[in-house]
Write a protein that binds this ligand. Structure first.
Ligand code: SF4
Length: 239
């Protein structure tokens, strides 16, 4: 376990060494709380930000408050453009995302992807808490790869961590986490698009449960291409 922690910390430091202007996009899920703790604990110079879609559960706002009280690294919050949200609602309805994949993706575009583009403007690299085991769409990801969608390098320090690894880090370091995880919500997002899962169900099955598993990305992590300079690859081999 300590080896995985060291490798993740090394990868975060490597991102700063190689790209200097680095951001961490936290969704405030369990994995992202591990990364928040590592960045703050080791004083790694990475900006931490999150997206408030306007449809988050109350428990997520409580966690944002806890983060600002616990950590010295500030949590910057980006909001959607109000005119874009108004226009979405006019066209699709306030809960129009249930009607089709197209209307769901249009909502994610307005509430998540556009604010993310704004947050990443001027950055050269970004960090995420994605894990390979979370979804079929993530099985071929790499620790570090060029993200063509956003035009910058993307680092996934917890890619090869297991669910158990994440929770043992949280317990051992007393890291704050979203209380919805205790109510069988392994993967968190907007309130209307997330539900609890039962034992044995896939951990992403509570997200956009009315859709096929292969379409379950919101556009934030759609385009992954292998890095030309795969320095991080050596870290994979050691783990
Ligand atoms: S997860 Fe649901 S509510 Fe949130 S941005 Fe996507 S479609 Fe909209």
């Amino acid at each position: 376990m300590q080896q995985k922690i060291d490798l993740a910390t090394d990868l975060l430091r490597q991102a700063v060494r190689e790209f200097s202007s680095v951001s961490f996009a936290t969704s405030l899920g369990a994995e992202d709380m591990v990364l928040t703790d590592l960045i703050d604990r080791h004083r790694i110079d990475i900006e931490i930000f999150t997206l408030d879609t306007g449809r988050l559960p109350e428990e997520t706002y409580s966690l944002m408050q806890q983060i600002s009280e616990r950590y010295s690294t500030p949590l910057k919050i980006y909001f959607p453009d109000n005119l874009a949200v108004e226009s979405y609602v006019e066209r699709y309805g306030i809960n129009g995302f249930y009607d089709s994949i197209e209307s769901r993706k249009a909502c994610c575009l307005v509430r998540k992807v556009e604010p993310l583009r704004r947050a990443l403007k001027g950055k050269r690299a970004w960090v995420t808490g994605l894990r390979r085991a979370q979804a079929v769409t993530r099985s071929n990801m790499e620790l570090s790869a060029f993200d063509a969608e956003f035009g910058l390098q993307k680092y996934n320090p917890l890619l090869d961590w297991s669910h158990k690894d994440v929770w043992s880090y949280i317990r051992n370091h007393d890291v704050p986490y979203n209380r919805l995880h205790d109510e069988f919500y392994p993967s968190l997002g907007c309130a209307p698009c997330t539900r609890s899962v039962t034992a044995g169900e896939d951990i992403r099955s509570g997200r956009w449960w009315w859709e096929d598993a292969s379409s379950k990305e919101c556009g934030l992590h759609a385009a992954m291409r292998p890095s030309k300079t795969q320095n991080a690859h050596s870290l994979t081999e050691k783990s």
